[in-house]
Design a protein around this ligand. Structure first.
Ligand code: AP5
Ligand code: MG
Length: 207
């Protein structure tokens, strides 16, 4: 029997449980920076809702048009939009050990929907890897990135401040949500990129 057939059978009887890692942290914490090494080492598929939304904006789609003004204001886009994006990636991507969710969930409602999505196939969130940095460092990092990447939501001080506020108000409550679920793991994100990566790998190796 060929391996492809074995894979199909294993998937059908659910032997290959997918892993679902959430890469959590405030804006500019280093989620995107660390994601590439993580997906490579652990054979994961990276889903950045922010990157998917920026793609829609660049393509000028209806969804992109709706999202643009909210992103530029430092606010969140409606939960249903990002939930739909996540579900479609889960359904279409195969051949990986799991998924690395970067920037999702970002509200308690999104976290609950994610739990429900995974429960349909008797799965659940494997672990949250949270990269933490203080607010002042968020600003420094984003100001620095603005000179390199030219992201529209990095351009204005007001947008950056709103993103930080939105994070504290809407997203930070998830720390409690996932701590209660026994899934929360925190990494100090203030070191060098290499130091943070090594700490993430040391944690991931235990999960
Ligand atoms: P999103 O794209 O997710 O942005 P974010 O959460 O604000 O996070 P960033 O991408 O800004 O930061 P990062 O942690 O990836 O940092 P990076 O690695 O680049 O979302 C954008 C918008 O989309 C949201 O505001 C919202 O409107 C919308 N959206 C997205 N998801 C949504 C959802 N689920 N629900 C509703 N709306 C949603 O690093 C930053 C900089 O620091 C880089 O220059 C990097 O080189 C540098 N750096 C990284 N690590 C280090 C280090 N250790 N030392 C020194 N420099 C470092
Ligand atoms: Mg990012």
């Amino acid at each position: 029997m060929c391996w492809t057939m074995i894979d199909v059978i294993a998937e059908t009887i659910n032997l290959h449980k997918m892993k679902y890692f959430i890469l959590f942290g405030p804006p500019g914490a280093g989620k995107g920076t660390q994601a590439s090494a993580m997906v490579e080492k652990y054979n994961l598929h990276h889903i950045s809702t922010g990157a998917l939304l920026r793609k829609e904006i660049a393509a000028g789609t209806e969804l992109g048009l709706k999202a643009k003004s909210l992103i530029d204001a430092g606010a969140l886009v409606p939960d249903e939009i990002v939930e739909g994006m996540i579900e479609s990636e889960f359904k279409t991507v195969k051949g990986v050990n799991g998924f690395l969710l970067d920037g999702f969930p970002r509200t308690t409602a999104q976290a609950e929907v994610l739990d429900q999505m995974l429960a349909k196939t008797s799965e659940s969130v494997t672990a949250v890897v949270s990269i933490m940095i203080p607010d002042e460092m968020i600003k420094e990092r984003i100001r620095h990135r603005a000179t390199i990447e030219g992201r529209a939501d990095d351009a204005k001080e007001e947008t950056i401040n709103n993103r930080i506020l939105t994070y504290h108000e809407k997203t930070e409550p998830l720390v409690d949500y996932y701590t209660k679920a026994g899934r929360y793991n925190e990494i100090n994100g203030t070191g060098t990129i290499d130091e943070v990566r090594e700490n993430i790998f040391a944690l991931m190796d235990t999960l």
